[in-house]
Structures are given as structure tokens and as C-alpha cells.
Design a binder for this molecule. Structure first.
Ligand code: MV4
Length: 646
């Protein structure tokens, strides 16, 4: 049954991206959104939009009934699941079919099979797809795993059958450690995936992670669309995805592609799919798992093939044959993608929330930026903190890497910290540029980069901040000959610098300690400043919220607060007794009640933000005078939660 109105059961950049192609093909589009996403970009881009519940994903984006209800309300007769959320949920795919709604993806049975590492591996072995030697039997007794491990040979990898993305995976080097590893992997898998079922595999040391994009239609067609090398990962999160793989040869590509197509055909696969392989240093490859969704990194394949994979998904779901045969598919040039995250590499990649004061994506030929943010929006604590995917295309891998680093530097995100500098430095690392990378790259070559330390304000950043603050204070333009020096106290993170400023016409002399910096302001607006310093003219984007300036420098978002007139708060001074939420999030526990006596430093409550728990502590001794929070309550950054008095 041909469909004409597509509901996108997702949010953020992928929802915006799918809508773009759906509209270009003439489909009407429907967005679904949670209460927290009411102002989000994907809602603005859709023809119609339906609120499906409160912020928590289990109450909104994962609610099958709410999504089907939104289809009924709008007449949407197809659903695109995006990635994550319900995209690999066979019950959802089945529910769509039961309601006469086209699920833009594979059949429920294909989703179900590939959701089990154990059953999919058995199917792959039967289909002749190369697999890692191992044990994938139904007998889950420790004794059988111990016997099989001896047969396979250590080191071995214990994996959760229902797992994915490295969760529930254990590398075991010796027989003595196996029993304990089985126990912890089993309980972790039971808790995380609802199934403690395990498989065993020979561990492939420092492999590459190379995945093949495949596409099947409903008429028996199935092709492969090149590969993506996703070896550069951090804690099983892909950081860099690229095509072609730096060590690929036409012969190896054909072998891996045909193995991936065999995997797809064994389940009569329909739609976009990805077959993940491990590629070892000798050029042998082994089936890892098959993902039955369009992946985050699909733009890399789109750029080297010149195809639109969402267009293919819509055509195939509407019963059309694949637009191209295998021999028509060509790969040209190189493409590399990185994911811009609202997280702070300087604080162990702690997820960040906050206002998007400024969002200006780079505008460069060969650069594509898929995002779901806009100036004035916010990065919410409720969802994955990925802000954008930045992808660069070049004639060669080196060109693409160079262009991508520049595209990141040209992209302005102010108001919330990001991993921008981490990515720029990574893309400029000589070992990455050499292509000699594996899944061990970050651990081996990139564990002490400056972007992994808290950002500090260098003399130039302080001078820029001083110039902007002085400019604002004399917004009638520059006052010449200000008598004497103006003191400024600027705080960046935990460090405060006391500056002495002399203004002469457009030139400032900024002194702190024994460092003197001269900066000449050429032009200043509320979004950028151009200046000359040490004979070089530069410009810098900035934004301001209250007394805090955000400069697009150092880690991509240097926050400098003017504390010149703030009340002096020393470390051991008594705080004001007010407990405020340090960021958006949810109260997990309130540990005191009104009337309780408390001490400075005592934990009063616990809140959760971006899946991390934060202890909220008293900043003075005293008695709890009032509590304005309760468990499970959503709170905003700086909201008052509790007051302590004498
Ligand atoms: C492996 C492996 C080595 N040997 N299996 C990682 C998550 C999921 N995609 C499967 N993964 C791996 N499975 C065997 N038998 C190496 C990986 C792997 C990996 C392992 C540790 C640290 C980073 C990694 C990145 C990609 C793949």
C-alpha cells in the first residue's frame, strides 16, 4: 500500500535529516515531540506535530501507543524510526504492520534475529559469513564455557547475546579469570538487556572496526554500498567514521561486501542495514553483528557514493526496486565524520546542558553539517547530548581530514561546552593522518592531549574578554585617556585572574602578574570582535549571558565571568545558605527535612543529569529553613532548592 505521509518517530538531527529528504520527495511529514522538545527544530520543520508525552523517553519517544495514536490523529501512513529509540524494536515494527502503517525498515523477524548475537551468529555461520571462532550454544553452563574457552584459546571475549556497542563485553586473558568474568557479564547483561545469555569468541587483538552498508528491496535485490571504518572509538562510542577504510583494497572490499550481502540475504533483508566486521592486521575479517537501522554515520557513505540513503529507504518502503544495481555503484573520494557533543573533555567528557546562545554551522564547500539545534535553543539534559554531525568530503583522506578540522573550527557553538577542540586535535594527529589506526588508537596515542584538561584562559583570551567588557561599559564607543587603571577580576573555571586595564583610544594595555598584553580593537559587535595583537589581526566570536562571556577559543567555548563586583567568596567563607541546582536535571533524593541542623559540605540532596548523579552540598552550617524540591522533580539550572539559616 503506497504511503504519502511519513511520521518521524525520533528527534534531533536525524529527525531533521529524514524530514529534509521526505519533503524533497513530496511526502508530507509529521513530527512527534516530548514536552521538553516543544520548541525543538524538528517540530518547526515538520508539516504537523503531535506531543506524545513528558520529557522522559520511556514516557514519550519509546511509547508505541502514543506514536500509533499520532499516526491516527494525522493520517500518517508510514513511520521512519531514525536510529536508537524504537528503530530496532521488533514489537514496534510489528505494531505498525498490524495497524496498516508502513514501517520504513526491515521485517520484525529480521530485527529480532539480528538482536540476538547468539542466534544471528548461528545464522551467519550457516550463510557462510566469516565469523570469529567461538561458542554460541544454547547450553549456558559455566562448565561448557570453560571447556570451549580451552578449545578456542585465550584471550577470549565474553559477550552478552542481547548486548551491543560493547556493553556487557569482557576480555579474558586467562582461564583463572573466566568464571568470575562469566558471572559479572551474565548479571550485567541480565540487568541491562533482560537476558543473561552469553557467547564466547576468540579475541581479535587491536582490530579495525569496518562496517559494510547494505540495502535490500522487496523484490529480491540486495547491494553493498562500500564500507565505513569506525575504529577510532572512545569507550565504545564511535568518534571518527570514515570511508574508504584506509587499508581497503578493491578485492577485500568485494569479499567483505559480498559477505555482508550474504548476511542480508539470509534474512531476506529489506531496507538500509549495516554489517559490522572486525578486520585484523592480516586482512582477515569476521562478522561482529548486524544493525537493522540507518546508522548515525550514514552520511559518510552518502558522500562517497553520491546517494541519498533516506531516499532509498522511502523508495524501497513504497515497493520500488533498488535505484541502482551493484555494478552501477561507484565510490569516489573520501569522507570523514565526527560527532559534535555537548560534553566537556576537560572534565572526563561530563555531559553538558545549557542554552545555545550562538549556533553558526561552518559554511564551506565539501562540508555537511547535520544538526538539530538553533541559536536560542538549548541542549536538554533528557536526551543524548549530540549536537551535530560534521562531515567533510575531499579528493583524498588527507584533504577530508584537513577540511573537517577547519569546519569544526569555523563552527560556532557558544553557551554550552563541547568536544570541538578534542575533535580538532584528533583530526590533526599525525598517526590519524597516517591512517595507521585501530580500535586502540585513542588509548595508545591520544590520552594526554591538552583538550582533555580543563580549559584555561590564555593572555590573548583575557585581553579579548577585557576589551569586550570595557567596550560594553563604555558602549558609547571608546573613551580616550581614562585616568589610571581599571581593575578587572575575571574567573575561568576554578581560576581567577586580577587584571589592570589601561585604555588609550582603541588600544588596551592588559596587565596581570608580570604579563602585559596590548590589544587594539578594530571592530566589536555583540557577536564578534576583530582585533590586532602583537601585529596580527584576528577575530573571535562571542556571546554573553549575564556577567559571563563565552569566547569561541581554546576548547571551543571558553566561559569567562566578570567577578569584579561579585561579593568576595573565599573557600572557607560561609556561603549564603542557598542551595541552587547546578544544571538542568531531576531530583533523585532529598536527604534532609525542614528543621534539620546541617554542616557546611554535608550532602543535602542528589540530582541526576545526563545519566550522571550529582551530590548537592550545604555551603554553610545552620538549620534547614525551607525546602523547595521533591524527589523526581525536574529542576532548571540555578533554581533555588533549599535555604539554610542560623
Ligand atoms: C570484539 C573485539 C575483539 N575480538 N570481539 C566492540 C563492541 C562491539 N561492536 C564488538 N566489539 C568488539 N568485539 C572479539 N572477538 C573487539 C571489539 C571492539 C572493541 C573492543 C574493545 C575496545 C574497543 C573496541 C572497538 C571496536 C570493536
Amino acid at each position: 500500500m503506497a504511503f504519502s505521509k511519513v511520521l518521524i518517530a525520533n528527534r534531533g538531527e536525524i529527525a531533521c535529516r529524514v524530514m529534509r529528504t521526505a519533503k524533497a520527495l513530496g511526502y508530507r511529514t509529521v513530527a512527534v515531540y516530548s514536552e521538553a522538545d516543544a520548541g525543538a527544530l524538528h517540530v518547526q520543520l515538520a508539516d504537523e506535530a503531535v506531543c506524545i508525552g513528558p520529557a522522559r523517553v520511556s514516557d514519550s519517544y519509546l511509547r508505541v501507543e502514543a506514536i500509533l495514536d499520532a499516526c491516527r490523529k494525522t493520517g500518517a501512513d508510514a513511520v521512519h524510526p531514525g536510529y536508537g529509540f524504537l528503530s530496532e524494536n521488533e514489537a514496534f515494527a510489528q505494531a505498525c504492520a498490524d495497524n496498516g502503517i508502513t514501517f520504513i525498515g526491515p521485517t520484525p523477524s529480521a530485527i529480532e534475529l539480528m538482536g540476538s548475537k547468539r542466534l544471528s551468529k548461528i545464522a551467519m555461520i550457516k550463510a557462510g559469513v566469516p565469523c570469529v571462532p567461538g561458542y554460541e550454544g544454547a547450553d549456558q553452563a559455566d562448565a561448557i564455557f570453560i571447556k570451549e574457552a580451552d578449545r578456542i584459546g585465550f584471550p577470549v571475549m565474553v559477550k552478552a547475546s542481547a548486548g551491543g556497542g560493547g556493553r556487557g563485553m569482557r576480555l579474558v586473558h586467562a582461564a583463572a579469570d573466566l568464571t568470575a568474568a562469566l558471572a559479572t557479564a551474565r548479571s550485567e547483561a541480565q540487568n541491562a538487556f533482560g537476558s543473561g545469555e552469553l557467547i564466547l569468541e576468540k579475541a581479535v587483538i587491536a582490530p579495525r572496526h569496518v562496517e559494510i552498508q547494505i540495502f535490500g528491496d522487496t523484490l529480491g535485490g540486495c547491494v553493498y554500498l562500500g564500507e565505513r571504518d569506525c575504529s577510532i572509538q572512545r569507550r565504545h562510542q564511535k568518534v571518527v567514521e570514515e570511508s574508504p577504510c584506509p587499508v581497503m583494497t578493491p578485492e577485500l572490499r568485494q569479499q567483505m561486501g559480498e559477505a555482508a550481502v550474504a548476511a542480508a540475504r539470509s534474512v531476506a533483508y529489506v531496507g538500509a542495514g549495516t554489517v559490522e566486521f572486525l578486520l585484523d592486521s592480516s586482512g582477515k575479517f569476521y562478522f561482529l553483528e548486524m544493525n537493522t537501522r540507518l546508522q548515525v554515520e550514514h552520511p559518510v557513505t552518502e558522500l562517497v557514493t553520491g546517494l541519498d540513503l533516506v531516499e532509498w529507504q522511502l523508495r524501497v518502503a513504497n515497493g520500488e526496486a533498488l535505484p541502482l544495481a551493484q555494478d552501477d555503484i561507484t565510490l569516489t573520494g573520501a569522507a570523514i565524520e565526527v560527532r559534535l557533543y555537548a560534553e566537556d573533555p576537560g572534565h572526563n567528557f561530563l555531559p553538558q546542558t545549557g542554552p545555545v546562545l550562538r549556533w553558526i554551522p561552518a559554511d564551506l564547500p565539501g562540508v555537511r553539517i547535520d544538526h538539530g539545534v538553533f541559536s536560542g535553543g538549548e541542549v536538554s539534559p533528557h536526551y543524548d547530548p549530540m549536537v551535530a554531525k560534521v562531515i567533510a568530503y575531499g579528493k583524498t583522506r588527507t584533504d577530508a581530514a584537513r577540511l573537517l578540522a577547519r569546519a569544526l573550527e569555523d563552527t560556532v557553538l557558544l553557551g554550552v561546552n563541547s568536544n570541538k577542540q578534542f575533535l580538532v586535535n584528533l583530526l590533526r594527529h599525525p598517526v590519524l593522518i597516517s591512517g595507521d589506526t585501530s580500535t586502540a588508537f585513542i588509548e595508545q596515542h591520544f590520552s594526554d592531549d591538552i583538550s582533555l584538561k580543563p580549559a584555561t584562559a590564555d593572555a590573548e583570551s583575557l585581553a579579548i574578554a577585557a576589551a569586550l567588557i570595557m567596550h560594553r561599559q563604555h558602549d558609547a564607543g571608546w573613551h580616550t585617556g581614562l585616568s589610571g587603571a581599571t581593575p578587572l577580576k575575571l574567573q575561568t573555571g576554578d581560576s581567577t585572574q586580577v587584571l589592570s586595564i589601561h585604555c588609550h583610544a582603541d588600544e588596551l594595555t592588559v596587565s596581570h602578574g608580570d604579563i602585559t598584553t596590548r590589544i587594539t580593537v578594530l571592530e566589536a559587535s555583540d557577536s564578534s570582535i576583530s582585533y590586532e595583537l602583537d601585529g596580527v589581526r584576528r577575530r573571535c566570536s562571542h556571546a554573553r549571558e549575564g556577567d559571563t562571556l563565552y569566547l569561541d577559543r581554546a576548547n571551543g567555548n571558553l566561559a569567562i565571568t566578570d567577578t569584579t563586583h561579585a561579593a568576595a567568596v573565599t573557600a572557607d567563607a560561609e556561603g549564603d545558605g542557598l542551595l541552587r541546582a547546578p544544571m538542568d536535571g531531576a531530583i533523585v533524593a532529598v536527604l534532609v527535612k525542614e528543621g534539620d541542623r546541617v554542616q557546611k559540605g554535608q550532602t543535602l540532596a542528589v540530582m541526576e543529569a545526563m545519566k550522571i548523579e550529582h551530590q548537592l552540598k550545604a555551603n554553610r552550617d545552620g538549620r534547614v529553613a525551607s525546602i523547595s524540591m521533591s524527589e523526581k522533580q525536574q529542576v532548571k539550572k540555578r533554581q533555588q532548592l533549599l535555604m539554610i539559616q542560623d
